[in-house]
Design a protein around this ligand. Structure first.
Ligand code: ZN
Ligand code: ZN
Length: 455
C-alpha cells in the first residue's frame, strides 16, 4: 500500500487488489503499556515512582446528553486507563523529544473543558516526572497525552473478557483512516497491529478501519467519534438517514405515531412521515437509560447465573425497547444477544433449558440477519448457540423422528457457524475449529441414527 496526503489528512491507498483476510500491513507497536491500574511488577521503578502521584480529580458529572460534557467524561476516563502508557511515552520523550511528533493530538478540536482537563493532567504528569528527576516540557506532554487519546490501539485479553489489557501506539497503523463502512480491520495481538482486509479491495481504493463499534447507530457513532476522536464522520453511512435500509437507529415518532424518526448529522432528527423532530436530549436519555439497564442485567445474570427470573427481566427490557425504537435498533440486538449469552445455559442440561436457549438464539439471529453484514462474528456465534441448543434438544428427545429432526437442525446451524467463523476469522482460528468439530459431531450422531435399524 501507499501512504498519501489528501485534504482529509494522511491515508493509505491500495497499490494492488486484496482479498478478504489478506494482511495488508503489520507493524509492532512503537510503544505499549498495560492498561491502568495494573500489576506494579509490570512497571520499571521510575514508572512506579511517577505513577504514585495521583492525577487531577475527574470532572463532576454534567448533563448526560450534553456533547461537550460527554467529550470531557470520555477524555478523563481514557486518560485514567492510559496512565501507564502516558508515563512510558513521557519517559521516551525525555530521551527523544520528536518521538511522537507525527501523531495528531486533536488539540484544536477538543472542547474547552476537555482541553483544560488534559492540560491539568499534563502539568501534574510534569511535576511527577520532575520528582523523579526527569525533565519534559509541558507542551510536549500535552501533545503526548492528546496523541495517545486519539491514536492508541487496545489489545484485548486472549481468553474471555472484552476489555483491553494492553494499550499502545503504532505509528504506521495510526495513519489508517476511519470509515463507518470500512474495508479493513485492525487486529491487535502480541503488541503488534495488523491491518487485514475484510472485503475485496480494488487497486487505488483508500484503506479504512472503524475506530469505533461500527454496528452502533449513526447518532451514536457520530457522538463516539466526536467525543473520543474529535472529528465528524462524513462517510456514506453517516449521510444516509435509513443507514442502508437497516433503520438501526430509528425511533417511533411520538407526534404522528406512524413514521420513524431518523437522524443525520446534517438535519438531526426528522420523522419520515410528518417531518416532526424528536428531542435530541430525550433520545439520549432513552438510549443511556436502556444501556444502563442492560449492563445491570448482565451483571445480575453473571452473579446469579441464568434463571427464569433473569430471562423475564430481559424480555421486559426488550418489550420496553420495542415500544420506542425500530425493531432493527442496535440496542435491541444487543439485548437479544446478551440474553443468549448471559441468561441461557452454555451447555443446557434439560429439555426446557435447551428450548429457552433455542428460542433466544432464534430471536437474536432473526434480527442479526436483517442488520448485520453478510459475514459477521456475532452471526457466527448465534448459529453456534442455536446449533448447541438443537443438539441438547436432540439429546433430551426420546422419539426417533424428533431426535433426527433436532440433530439435522443442529448440524445445519453448526455448518452455518463454520462458514461465518471461517469468513471473519480464518480457517485456523480456534472458534472456527470448535464450530467445525461440533458440526462434525452433530453430523456423525445424525448418521448413526439414520443407519440404525428400526426397532
Ligand atoms: Zn461515518
Ligand atoms: Zn411523525
Amino acid at each position: 500500500m501507499l501512504l498519501t496526503h489528501t485534504s482529509g489528512g494522511r491515508s493509505y491507498v491500495a497499490t494492488r487488489a486484496y482479498a478478504p483476510r489478506d494482511e495488508i500491513l503489520s507493524a509492532p507497536m512503537t510503544l505499549h503499556a498495560p492498561v491502568w491500574p495494573c500489576d506494579p511488577a509490570l512497571l520499571s521503578p521510575t514508572e512506579r515512582l511517577v505513577l504514585a502521584s495521583p492525577p487531577p480529580p475527574p470532572p463532576a458529572p454534567a448533563a448526560p446528553h450534553d456533547e461537550a460534557a460527554a467529550a470531557l467524561r470520555a477524555c478523563a476516563a481514557s486518560l485514567l486507563s492510559y496512565r501507564a502508557l502516558a508515563v512510558r511515552a513521557a519517559l521516551r520523550l525525555a530521551a527523544e523529544p520528536l518521538a511522537l511528533v507525527s501523531l495528531d493530538d486533536g488539540w484544536a478540536h477538543r472542547p474547552a473543558a476537555a482541553r483544560a482537563y488534559l492540560a491539568a493532567t499534563a502539568a501534574r504528569l510534569g511535576e511527577a516526572l520532575g520528582e523523579a528527576a526527569v525533565e519534559v516540557r509541558t507542551p510536549l506532554l500535552e501533545h503526548c497525552l492528546g496523541a495517545i487519546l486519539i491514536n492508541a490501539f487496545g489489545e484485548a485479553r486472549r481468553e474471555g473478557g472484552g476489555e483491553a489489557e494492553r494499550v499502545g501506539l503504532c505509528l504506521a497503523a495510526a495513519m489508517v483512516q476511519h470509515s463507518c463502512a470500512p474495508n479493513c480491520e485492525a487486529v491487535v495481538r502480541d503488541a503488534a497491529v495488523s491491518i487485514v482486509a475484510t472485503q475485496p479491495i480494488s487497486e487505488g481504493s483508500e484503506l479504512t478501519i472503524s475506530y469505533i463499534d461500527a454496528s452502533e447507530p449513526t447518532y451514536s457513532r457520530q457522538r463516539l467519534l466526536w467525543t473520543g476522536k474529535l472529528f465528524r464522520c462524513r462517510c456514506v453511512r453517516c449521510d444516509d438517514p435509513t443507514d442502508g435500509e437497516r433503520f438501526g437507529g430509528c425511533f417511533r415518532c411520538e407526534a404522528c405515531g406512524r413514521g420513524w424518526q431518523r437522524w443525520t448529522a446534517r438535519d438531526g432528527w426528522a420523522c419520515a412521515a410528518c417531518g416532526g423532530s424528536a428531542s435530541e436530549a430525550a433520545v439520549w436519555r432513552w438510549d443511556e437509560a436502556r444501556r444502563a439497564e442492560l449492563a445491570a442485567l448482565e451483571e445480575r445474570a453473571a452473579d446469579e447465573g441464568p434463571s427464569e427470573a433473569v430471562r423475564e427481566e430481559y424480555d421486559g427490557l426488550i418489550g420496553t425497547m420495542l415500544e420506542a425504537c425500530h425493531p432493527n435498533h442496535k440496542l435491541l440486538l444487543d439485548a437479544r444477544l446478551s440474553k443468549v449469552v448471559h441468561a441461557t445455559e452454555a451447555h443446557p442440561s434439560t429439555r426446557a433449558a435447551a428450548e429457552s436457549k433455542r428460542l433466544a438464539a432464534h430471536a437474536a439471529l432473526t434480527q442479526a440477519a436483517r442488520v448485520l453484514p453478510t459475514f459477521d462474528w456475532q452471526k457466527a456465534d448465534l448459529h453456534f448457540h442455536l446449533g448447541a441448543a438443537s443438539f441438547a434438544i436432540a439429546a433430551a428427545e426420546t422419539a426417533a423422528d424428533a431426535k433426527k429432526e433436532a440433530l439435522d437442525a443442529a448440524a445445519k446451524q453448526l455448518l452455518l457457524s463454520v462458514i461465518q467463523f471461517e469468513a471473519v476469522l480464518g480457517q485456523e482460528a480456534p472458534p472456527t475449529r470448535a464450530a467445525r468439530d461440533f458440526a462434525a459431531l452433530a453430523m456423525r450422531s445424525l448418521q448413526t441414527l439414520l443407519t440404525q435399524p428400526a426397532p
